[in-house]
Ligand binder design. Structure first.
Ligand code: SF4
Length: 227
């Protein structure tokens, strides 16, 4: 074995030895394979102080839905309802998201797992800072590894930026398939944006969302029949 390989093994072991320190400091790496299940990950998130959002949260909001879902939806960060309940997308936005999914026969019991870029609520629902997103990203990467979805939907520009680094506006890229880390991703509008834009006229945000969710359903069916 070369000394380089021996050294890298040593590093990996030392990372795992620091596992209990992960929630304490954003500089502690989170190597792939750190968590064997989402319960372990949630325990870390609920004691985490890797960024300042940890000091004001009521509950860390990790995820809801089928833990082995073929579709994963990733939002920005919890709001007040989510902070209080510990579940993502449970307010008006969440109800609309569930309706959108139901319109193409998708459910969180079977097909979908929902998570956020940041697990803790930013004060006054502000957008998480780049440092806060970077501090929380390793947890999300572990969630994606454990759920192993075939399709990832990113709701809104912050979710796209937080996961892929793509800074383009959501109206430019929504409805397009992107490849990230070998996975099929689609940016879509955030349901809260649809609540602020209720028109259903052709080319309105709601109308575009209806096109996008049908495209997602068709791709999901295609993947299922090819497997
Ligand atoms: S937002 Fe993420 S990184 Fe920041 S304290 Fe909460 S769990 Fe930790």
């Amino acid at each position: 074995m070369s000394s380089e390989i021996q050294l890298s093994l040593f590093n990996e072991e030392s990372n795992f030895a620091q596992k209990e320190l992960i929630p304490t400091d954003a500089k502690i790496p989170v190597p792939p394979g750190t968590y064997t299940n989402l319960t372990e990950l949630a325990q870390h998130c609920n004691q985490c102080q890797r960024c300042e959002l940890g000091s004001t949260r009521t509950h860390a909001v990790v995820g809801r839905g089928n833990l082995k879902a073929p579709i994963m939806i990733i939002g920005e960060a919890p709001g007040q309802n989510e902070d209080e309940t510990g579940l993502p997308f449970v307010g008006r936005s969440g109800q609309l998201l569930d309706k959108i999914l139901a319109s193409v026969n998708l459910t969180t019991e079977q097909d979908v797992y929902i998570a956020n870029i940041n697990k803790c609520r930013p004060p006054n629902n502000r957008v998480p800072t780049p440092n806060e997103m970077a501090a929380c990203l390793p947890y999300l990467l572990e969630q994606i590894r454990l759920v192993d979805p075939k399709i990832i939907l990113l709701t809104g520009a912050t979710a796209v930026k937080g996961l892929t680094g793509d800074k383009r506006g959501i109206t430019k890229i929504r409805g397009q398939w992107l490849e990230w880390a070998g996975r099929l991703c689609m940016p879509i509008f955030h349901p809260s944006y649809l609540l602020r834009n209720p028109s259903k006229e052709p080319n309105s945000p709601k109308w575009l969302m209806w096109q996008d969710i049908q495209t997602v359903r068709a791709k999901y069916d295609e993947i299922r029949t090819s497997n």
